[in-house]
Design a protein around this ligand. Structure first.
Ligand code: ADP
Ligand code: TRP
Length: 324
């Protein structure tokens, strides 16, 4: 049985792109396979960017509530907060001492972030070692990640082989990255890739009223008058509708727009209704968890307890080799 592990940063409430592109496929994978999965909220990585404790706490709850609302089965997946496993920080230190500074200096993600961000802290620089620790601590075999994380996986394998070589035994398991090539690219309210930084995202957990407002204000349409026929393909509102409506509903909306006498405002109303209908149960569960955070704490604490057992065993092997 293989062990699959992945982490998600807690940098805000997950948007429609995160949910359809990453969360739902990952849940299907972990609920259906025979594999053992570890899934954690990378809140120590988030600390490189978020310094406000109440924002950090709220983000972590929001991410946890989203995964549970979309059906993550915690009987099959060890689900925890990274910060609840202090062994991770300990391992990250050991790894840093075994890894050349010159290699860390080659990380693309550091270069990219140090060009963009105002707060370029030491944590950003050693980020790959913390990520390697996340993975090596649990003897993970497979790590599903986006393409941008492949170099971090290479660094993880590199530091693990250096340690194995030094010890003369296979003390750490070398993980393999899984890049999901066919994950769907979800477009945002302006027709470009949906992302937090572009501010073109849809937060499905807003109230109905706020969601309506978002759709009316943010979804970009052209100025074709109501009576005129319209081309649905490529219009942001229609592309968004396709993610949530049935094939029949999509066909009907396309026909109405092409005939004319049906405005973009009508299409936006259809989009809002479809979102509310499709995500109704998940929104209800999300709200339930956000109002009962003690339940989130309970689930995450239980996950951390399971994770720490594995983590402690790995550290024990390593500490003895180091000479502690
Ligand atoms: P953002 O770009 O909004 O900051 P992240 O980089 O935090 O999102 O992405 C978290 C996860 O969601 C990643 O696995 C990423 O591939 C996925 N994801 C983000 N935006 C989209 C999108 N528009 N379509 C599909 N998947 C996405
Ligand atoms: N760095 C990853 C990202 O930004 C998140 C992450 C942290 C991670 N630790 C991990 C992913 C371990 C996989 C395995 O998306």
């Amino acid at each position: 049985m293989a062990r699959i592990l992945t982490g998600i940063q807690s940098t805000g409430t997950p948007h429609l792109g995160n949910i359809l592109g990453a969360i739902k496929p990952a849940i299907e994978m972990s609920n259906n396979g025979d594999n053992e999965s570890f899934l954690f909220i990378a809140d120590m990585h988030s600390l490189t960017q978020i310094k406000d404790g109440s924002v950090m706490r709220e983000n972590t709850y929001s991410v946890a509530a989203t995964w549970l609302a979309f059906g993550l089965d915690t009987a099959k997946t060890v689900f925890y907060r990274q910060s609840d496993v202090p062994e991770c920080a300990e391992l990250a230190w050991y790894l840093s001492c075994y890894y050349p500074y010159s290699r860390l200096a080659l990380a693309h993600s550091f270069k990219d972030k140090s060009d963009r961000l105002e707060d370029v802290n030491g944590g950003l620089f050693t980020y790959p070692m913390l990520m390697a620790a996340d993975i090596l601590l649990y003897d993970a075999n497979f790590v599903p990640v986006g393409k941008d994380q492949l170099q971090h996986l290479e660094m993880t394998r590199d530091v693990a082989s250096r340690i194995n070589h030094q010890c003369g035994e296979e003390l750490l398991v070398l993980p393999e990255a899984i890049v999901q090539a066919d994950t769907q690219l979800i477009l945002g309210t302006d027709g470009e890739k949906m992302s937090k930084s572009r501010n073109n995202f849809i937060n499905i957990f807003e109230t109905d009223k706020a969601l309506k407002n978002t759709i009316n204000k943010k979804v970009v349409t052209d100025a074709t008058p109501l009576e005129a026929p319209k081309e649905p393909e490529g219009a942001a509102v229609f592309e968004l509708f396709k993610y949530v409506a049935t094939a029949k509903q999509v066909e009907e909306l396309a026909a109405k727009l092409r005939t004319g006498g049906y405005g973009w405002g009508h299409a936006k109303k259809d989009l809002l209704e479809a979102l509310i209908e499709v995500f109704g149960p998940a929104r209800e569960k999300y709200n339930y968890f956000m109002e009962n955070k003690n339940e989130l704490d309970k689930v995450l604490d239980e996950g951390a307890e399971k994770a720490r057992k594995v983590a402690k065993a790995t550290l024990k092997r390593l500490r003895s080799q180091i000479g502690y």
